[in-house]
Design a binder for this molecule. Sequence first.
Ligand code: RP5
Length: 164
Amino acid sequence: MDHPVVSIVMGSSSDWQVMRHAASVLKNFCIPHETMIISAHRTPDRMFEYAETAHDRGIRCIIAGAGGAAHLPGMIAAKTTLPVLGVPVTSKHLQGVDSLLSIVQMPKGVPVATFAIGEAGAANAALFAAAILAGGDISLAEKLDQFRKDQAASVAAMTLPESC
Ligand code: RP5
């Protein structure tokens, strides 16, 4: 896998503070990925071209993050049958609840897998992308298993301050 197989797309550079957590997870799993800024309402033509050509460019799934009236994941999903993983970005006035509802409430027929608001959602979307790819990649499946084992070990090793 040399060319990007996961595409991380977001509506604005201001989304990077959240979406960088998806990129970080993919990097840790050595999954080739690309990052780009495409706005559904500010660059609609670019969004359509991106969604229509993603499959032929070798992309296997798309992580799309946006905030506010977050129509980017749904509109991309409307133009491709690739799995679209939606990340609601924390917004200024409604703390991302607007983003969440905009992404999760897709009408029947065009699915967007929707994750938690913010950093956790971005990281989990990347883990989900890894799980999708691991279906056809034993080495990646083993890395995911090891990740879970390491995570369990780190929780098992947690301690609390002594209470009086
Ligand atoms: C959305 O508007 C973006 O996804 C971003 O979350 C939000 C604010 O964008 P900026 O005003 O910071 O560019 O389209």
